[in-house]
Design a protein around this ligand. Sequence first.
Ligand SMILES: CC(C)(COP(=O)(O)OP(=O)(O)OC[C@H]1O[C@@H](n2cnc3c(N)ncnc32)[C@H](O)[C@@H]1OP(=O)(O)O)[C@@H](O)C(=O)NCCC(=O)NCCS
Length: 241
Amino acid sequence: MPETFLDSLVSADPAAVTPAARQQATTHASASRKPDVMVPIRSLGENHRARIASHLKALDKHDRYYRFGFSASDDQIDRYVNGLDFERDEIFGIYNRSLALIAVAHLAYAPDTGANRSAEFGVSVLPRSRGRHFGSRLFERAVMHARNVGVGKMYVHVLSENTAMLRIAGHAGATFVRDGAETEGYLSLPPATFNSHLTEMVEEKLAQVDYQFKVQARQFRHTLANIQQAWRGTDSAEKSG
Ligand SMILES: CC(C)(COP(=O)(O)OP(=O)(O)OC[C@H]1O[C@@H](n2cnc3c(N)ncnc32)[C@H](O)[C@@H]1OP(=O)(O)O)[C@@H](O)C(=O)NCCC(=O)NCCS
């Protein structure tokens, strides 16, 4: 039976939710909502394949189970990553200052069935970068992109114990259908607007600029380290000479 996110948070039995408890949960949820900070999320292409594989392999067994529904081995991750179709699907990522891929989301489109396009969302954030709303931001970004390409429904398959993912989808207004250990969440998306197209375009451009800055900063750090090493080499050669 469909269950709202609020119900699942407050009680296993929706009928037992009192207005006071509902109010408390709503207040808690809105009080802990993320600050309005822009996170540079960029669309990833073919040249990021190896880094996507490294990102996923950095997840432990438990996280892989949450992400894929089974504890994927490194070989299975390689097969998944090699099978990613960057032309058909959309892959989003967040890079940190050292150019480590700390979060990845995959928006996979269902085979085109005409008017009712749908897509499935999957995401992972490296443990050390969690709790900073990167998962939520990637979900929002995927929703915006899905709308902009005419998707009407976005699905997420989650293990019922995966509170963080349930919260992410729940805040966005997903409806959940629980089936034992698994829960399917779905979100009906409104049609795209001029504003949603413009926002996505601007966010993508900013994320690409941010990425280029990080690449240049890393090159600068390498150059600086090489110069320092060369100086040290000259210094010790002079002393010994
Ligand atoms: C699920 C996952 C992507 C969340 O990433 P994240 O960046 O830490 O998530 P956010 O910071 O956006 O947090 C989302 C919400 O969950 C809550 N949350 C985060 N971690 C939580 C945890 N361990 N237990 C309970 N709630 C948690 C946050 O407080 C936040 O709630 P709020 O918006 O009401 O404050 C990350 O934990 C992960 O990669 N897990 C392994 C893979 C996975 O489960 N993928 C999802 C299935 S596709």
